[in-house]
Design a binder for this molecule. Sequence first.
Ligand SMILES: [Fe+2]
Length: 371
Amino acid sequence: MQAMPGISLFPGKVLSSSGALGQLPSEARAFGSRGVVVYGRALGQSGGLLARLAKAPGMEMLMHAHAGGEPTLAEAESLLALARAHRADWIAGVGGGSVMDLAKSAAGLFNAAMPLSAYHDGAALEKPGIPFLAAPTTAGTGSEATPNAVLTNTVTGRKKSIRDASLVARVALLDPDLAALCPRPVIAHSGMDAITQAVEAFTSRKATSLSDALCREGLRLLAGNLESFHAVPEGGAAGAMLCGSFMAGLGLAMARLGLVHGIAHPLGARFGVPHGHVCAVALPLALELNRPAIGAKYETLGSAVGCDIIEFVEGLIRRLGIKQPFRGKPIRDREAIVRETLASGSTAANPKSVERADVEWMLDRLFQPGR
Ligand SMILES: [Fe+2]
């Protein structure tokens, strides 16, 4: 294992405190006075927070609400057109992973020559876009820490990342007051996504000493605080969850992920199940499959959560009330799901070399009839 990743990407500045969102206009001003703020339901329903942000003196900010759901290429294209028409100097995302990925893709591709779909299909970005600022309201996808934006092409049904070093946030605002606005089911799903990301990046075949340190501590914070944050979404648990999610995001940007994220995209896109929900139910299966390949790191995962890692994840899923969304359903598009999982960059980083039979086994277990 390498001590350090070949490339380490970090946001330019990280502000982490209660009320940090209030500093968004003054931080953005360094990039120019014209900006677009993309926001999700949590901020939209907060009323006062959104109004205060919109009234920042000397700024010409366009406030753009994301309708909800996982972000699509078409939504990113229309945001990009809006931001170009506004002659934006920067774009901020204040919301969950969907909002941040939408804002990040529009900022990153602001100066791109081709349609957004070309980069979604794998074309390299010719030149950087405009600065992206990120304030997560969930803990979380870690999108505020990563150089990729996940979008779904609704024509082909393909959900994948646009990835470029220039997409990393110039400013990340980790505000526990924002995370406390999050609805409970979203707290459960996004928290399980963050835990999965910490586990997969820690056990990835691309893991390094640096990503390991981030993921181990990130997992400890997430595992120790998700239940209390879910029960009472405020206070110290919110800050710990935001920090753990951010650390896991940094880790995955360095080490990539694994089979859970390889299968989560094709399954989530086809069955309309939230990303974190798919991650939660697939993680124990991936751990079972990967256990021989993980070696001593399996025990290290247990040390971070205080007991056997598979038992911990299964218990947490039960206590958070997360249901099995696929159980007993027919596996539509089975062949395409297998093909896309095997082609995924996340699957390529999985500790066990993933064969067709492994993906078939996981699908059969996820969709098996029963309780
Ligand atoms: Fe994820």
